[in-house]
Design a protein around this ligand. Structure first.
Ligand code: CA
Length: 235
């Protein structure tokens, strides 16, 4: 039999990950935000250390991009406070050129990686993907669960070699679950990671996305754990 190949969502437009962007320079912040959104990230931003600290302390982020030179509260202090409070999300720091001591201090304070300004957006995106993969214990950019594969570079999901036609929200839900195979993920957690904070959130819509996703995936791949949430299993 010959199943039609259905176009999947355009590459590099969706990936299901939520980023906190902290940069006080407005032009650079706008450029970074545009680049991150074009790569499919949901983005929240802060332009000073106090707001950054609050957001990182209270929100659920898959990674943080943190400029070190910030008004109100400097980036190193923000990072130390997060780590002291047990916040473990991956943090990529942005440092000034030729300031090696800032890099050392940043890594000592708990940064996972750094980029020196100026840098290319492509390098930032590649480092971000690597950080997120490592944080979820995934070494490869292509995630697998049974016959389903997810190419995090291309933003593409395949079932037994055929492209899956997913909406951006369905892709985000699948991507989030595939980064955490076998782990129970609550509806609230999914909701927090699928939408940026300024987006109107409704955890009921997660049920709708999961129901649609199930129709496109092998039976039983997304398990409902009653009262707790969802779990991705190999059917
Ligand atoms: Ca700065």
């Amino acid at each position: 039999m010959c199943a039609p190949v259905i176009a999947s969502a355009p590459p590099d437009t969706i990936n299901g990950m939520h980023i906190l962007l902290v940069e006080d320079e407005p032009v650079l912040r706008a450029q970074l935000r545009a680049g991150l959104e074009a790569a499919g990230y949901a983005v929240d931003e802060a332009d000073n250390g106090r707001d950054a600290h609050f957001l990182g302390d209270t929100g659920a982020f898959d990674a943080v991009i943190l400029d070190l030179g910030l008004p109100v509260l400097d980036g190193l202090t923000v990072l130390r406070r997060w780590r002291d409070a047990g916040r473990t999300m991956p943090v990529l720091i942005l440092t000034a050129r030729d300031n090696w001591s800032e890099k050392v201090a940043g890594i000592d304070a708990g940064a996972d990686d750094y980029l020196t300004k100026p840098f290319h957006m492509e390098e930032l995106l590649a480092r971000l993907r690597a950080l997120i993969r490592r944080a979820s214990g995934q070494a490869s950019p292509v995630l697998r669960c049974g016959d389903v594969t997810l190419d995090t570079r291309a933003g593409r999901a395949m079932l037994a070699g055929q492209a899956l036609a997913l909406t951006s929200h369905e892709y985000r839900v699948l991507a989030y679950l595939m980064h955490r195979p076998g782990v129970v993920v609550s509806r609230g957690e999914l909701t927090e990671h699928i939408y940026a904070q300024d987006f109107e959130r409704d955890s009921n819509t997660i049920e709708v996305f999961v129901a649609r996703l199930r129709k496109k995936l092998p039976a039983g791949m997304i398990e409902t754990v009653r009262g707790l949430g969802y779990r991705l299993v190999t059917p």
